[in-house]
Every structure is written in structure tokens, then in C-alpha cells.
Design a protein around this ligand. Structure first.
Ligand code: ADP
Ligand code: NI
Length: 215
């Protein structure tokens, strides 16, 4: 097995499967998560190949994108085998993918450093300028409004509430985005998250000011 070849094949697989998705999990989301995962892995001394491979594949079995998560996981397992990825590494990658999603936040912690790194990279893509852009794109795709003054954020949601809520883009900042910096696993990701968090706070401040006709 040639690791760089496997990563190349993973990229091609993602482009085939996710190229046109518009729910915020398009292949450029994956691209950014891979880049960030690689960076964090270097800083934290994690296995870069495992992190990058799990990052490439991380959304291919997500319940938002596939009908049956289990079938999709089996497909990924088969794919890893075809690529010649050793059993232990394959199990590790599959374990990371299965435990990744935010889904309201009620998930057990990641078991390995590599899992923590990929989870941090995925969460970081929900923050900062890109995170803001994804939030408004997602809300628009769902036909929701940007902002409805007076509506209160829902705290401590179940997975179902998190998915089904008819919320606004601005409410999503309080229900998820502004909570994420406390949930970073690694110290390097925490630094990046703080920076992106401050940017979002500044964005909100300016947004409310403009909303009321201030400059
Ligand atoms: P994940 O698979 O990481 O749990 P989500 O599907 O929750 O991702 O989110 C994908 C992107 O869409 C993220 O940037 C997220 O912040 C945004 N998003 C998710 N739910 C909402 C929502 N209710 N309103 C606005 N943006 C959302
Ligand atoms: Ni993702």
C-alpha cells in the first residue's frame, strides 16, 4: 500500500460522491477538513495518514447524506480493503468516522488522538468566516430566514431537535457555533478556535448594529 496513492484515491471517491452536495458537506468542506487535520496532526504528533484518510472519508457515511449509515460503513470498509489498507488502520479510520458527527453534542469522547484531531478539524470548519458562510448557505438551502429578532436559542437539544428545528441562521450561532470552542480536543485546535470565535463575535456585533440601522 502506498499511503499517498490511497489518499489520492480517497479524494477521487469524495469528488464522485459529494461533488454536488449543497448541504454544507460538498467536497470543498472535505478538502478544508483534510488540510486542517494534516496541520493539527503535525502540531500534535498524531498519525498524519490516519488523520487525512479519516478526514477524506468522514462524511461518506453521514445520515444526512446516505440512506443507510450501516450500508455506507460497510461500503467504506470494503473500499479500504481494496486499497490495501491494513486491517488495524482500517478499523481505526472506520471508528473515527462512526463517532464524528456533532448531532446536538451528546456524543462520547473520541478514543484516539487521531480521532480527536479529525473531530477538531471538522468542528473548526463550522467556525470563523467559512463557518459563517456555511451557516447562511445551509439556512438558505433549508428555506429559513437569516434572523428573527426576539426568538430564543434552544439549549441542550436532543439529536432530533437539533436536526428538525425551524431555526434561523443567527440562532444557529448560539445553538452550536459559539459553543464549539469549549469542545476542542487538542490545544492547537483550541487556539485556532479562539481566533475564529472572536471573529464570529465581531460579526454578530456588526450584524445587530446594521440591523437597527446603525453603521
Ligand atoms: P456536522 O455533520 O458537522 O454535524 P451539520 O450538518 O450540523 O454538520 O452542519 C453542516 C454545516 O451547516 C455546518 O457549518 C453547520 O454549522 C451548518 N448548520 C447545521 N445546522 C444548521 C442550522 N440549523 N442552521 C444553520 N446552519 C446550520
Ligand atoms: Ni464534516
Amino acid at each position: 500500500m502506498d499511503p499517498s496513492n490511497v489518499l489520492k484515491e480517497a479524494e477521487l471517491l469524495v469528488q464522485r460522491e459529494l461533488g454536488k452536495d449543497s448541504s454544507g458537506h460538498d467536497s470543498w468542506h472535505i478538502y478544508r477538513v483534510v488540510r486542517t487535520a494534516k496541520l493539527i496532526a503535525e502540531q500534535e504528533g498524531a498519525d498524519s495518514f490516519v488523520c487525512q484518510l479519516a478526514a477524506w472519508l468522514h462524511d461518506l457515511a453521514d445520515d444526512k447524506l446516505v440512506e443507510n449509515e450501516q450500508t455506507a460503513m460497510n461500503g467504506l470498509k470494503e473500499w479500504l480493503k481494496e486499497q490495501g489498507v491494513g486491517e488495524e488502520t482500517a478499523e481505526h479510520v472506520l471508528d473515527i468516522i462512526a463517532n464524528l458527527s456533532f448531532k446536538g453534542g451528546n456524543r462520547p469522547p473520541m478514543r484516539t488522538l487521531e480521532g480527536k484531531v479529525v473531530q477538531d478539524a471538522d468542528r473548526l470548519d463550522a467556525l470563523g468566516a467559512v463557518g459563517i458562510a456555511r451557516t447562511f448557505a445551509y439556512s438558505g438551502a433549508k428555506g429559513r430566514s437569516m434572523h428573527e429578532p426576539g426568538r430564543k436559542p434552544r439549549i441542550g437539544m436532543s439529536e432530533e431537535e437539533y436536526r428538525s428545528g425551524n431555526d434561523t441562521a443567527i440562532l444557529h450561532f448560539y445553538e452550536k457555533l459559539l459553543l464549539l470552542k469549549e469542545r476542542m480536543n487538542t490545544s492547537y485546535a483550541r487556539d485556532l478556535a479562539e481566533k475564529r470565535h472572536r471573529f464570529m463575535e465581531r460579526f454578530l456585533e456588526q450584524f445587530y448594529a446594521e440591523w437597527e440601522g446603525e453603521r
